[in-house]
Write a new protein. Sequence first.
Length: 243
Amino acid sequence: MRILVMSDIHANYTALEAVLKDAGSVAQTLCLGDLVGYGPDPNAVVEEVREIPNLTCMLGNHDAAMTRKLPFETFNGDARRSLIHHEKVIKPSNVDYLRTLPFQATVHGDVTLAHGSPRDPLWEYILNSFAARLNFDHFSTPYCFVGHSHIQCMFGLDDRSDHVLLEQTLPDQPLILRPKVILNPGSVGQPRDRDPRAAYAIYDTEARTWTPRRVEYNIAEVQERIRESGLPEKHAARLAEGW
Ligand code: ZN
């Protein structure tokens, strides 16, 4: 089964469209949260995502803020400003949808899903081997898929040495999965690994492979909508360079 894994769309409808088109036909879609925050299109993104067939979608920290499960004060200034903007424009039916999203899930019996980490689904970033090692004690499935850091990567635990290795993942190079890995598909709408192209991954359940993907989209058009909406300039500028 070919499964689309994506995360951190962040109200960037143009990037989402590019990813869905590039991924082509898939049997299932796993979305690791943060549909809203930062970008210009919170309604269009929620409405597109909720219509995806065979979807399992997690709650991200920005989504939780939109449903008032998290106070806006816990976000930094520019992130908070975009949440305040989104709250003014988002339709109540879309907030209702965000309210239905879970913090964590298990699919196919072998994959744990969470936005940030299985230990702290809303806030923890798995950015280094230390954070990854702590999290290997918080899920029992062979694989764990997370988002939140906006960085496409993989952490693998070597059971014998108890060491965690951060393994670089490269676009279009399939990784053959062994048990005890934490995988991040990167961010659709606001990549932070210096590659501005929209990021996602394809998980193949039969071949047991994970293929990171990058796809170009019209960044200038999204920057224009960010500026027109009066959202912070920083959210427009960073899209061009991927930070
Ligand atoms: Zn995010």
